[in-house]
Ligand binder design. Sequence first.
Ligand code: TMP
Ligand code: MG
Length: 297
Amino acid sequence: VLAIWHQLTKAEIPELAKCSVLMRERSRVEETIYAMQRAGAGSLQVISDFDMTLTRFAHNGKRVPTTHNILDNQLLIDEDCTKKMRELLNTYYPIEIDASRTAEEKLPLMVEWWTKVHKLLISQRIRKDMLAQAVRESSAMLRDGYKVFFDRLTEQQVPLLIFSAGVGDVLEEVIRQNHVFLPNVHVISNYMDFDQTGVLRAFKGQLIHTFNKREGALSHAAGLRALQGRPNVLLLGDSLGDLTMADGVSQHQNLLTIGFLNDQVDERKESYMNSFDIVLVKDETMDVPNAILRYIT
Ligand code: TMP
Ligand code: MG
């Protein structure tokens, strides 16, 4: 039976045969895809990270900004703040992706990074009504094929939960300006809290960083009604921390995880292959998720 399945996926989802696609257990992936296909779109939900998962990692050799880095604009912050945010990025990003440290070791350092950056941003008295322009002026960019991805999910009425440790207000503006902030899209992220005059004064709720998505999932995702009664989960991420985004799904039947391996490829390949069902190496497109969705919905 497995041999027949294998031929089927090859014929139905040829994208999985690309050399940038790594799978430790191809047969498990195939079984999961078939089970999801049999259950259909009505049983499916998609949970995705945002920065460097739905957005590109780089374009024409230049890094694409994350939602935090989109705020690095003279409209919103001064030169000194820009300098400090970049220093923090240069200090903490290498730690975030360091293959030689465990998530437990990284956790307090990520809290430190986010806390310092949010404090800096609050000190800048950022204006809500300037965010849209900052996003327009930025080089923010969703992955190639994003439109097919969002449209397919909308057509099939499959809910998409975007779960991001970035800045929710900026994230929403990015997807709005790309015309994909559709009714089936739900967002869990760090939202800005503005005072009555529209000036940033705090961040709302409990901080979400790369390695505490489990807590966020348990407290928020479980309460999202649109996601309930959908036991099959397609999860997309670019960090090992993203794997816990589905922890809020009670009684999931099938979980298929796709990891974008954008950076430090040789150092992290093994751990990504041991953790995600499908690993996409330096793939700036949504081709593989789109092909899987085309097949299962
Ligand atoms: P994500 O959960 O949507 O991927 O967002 C988190 C990413 O944001 C994470 O990979 C680190 C990145 N980040 C920045 O680029 N700059 C910052 O100042 C902070 C705090 C995080
Ligand atoms: Mg990410």
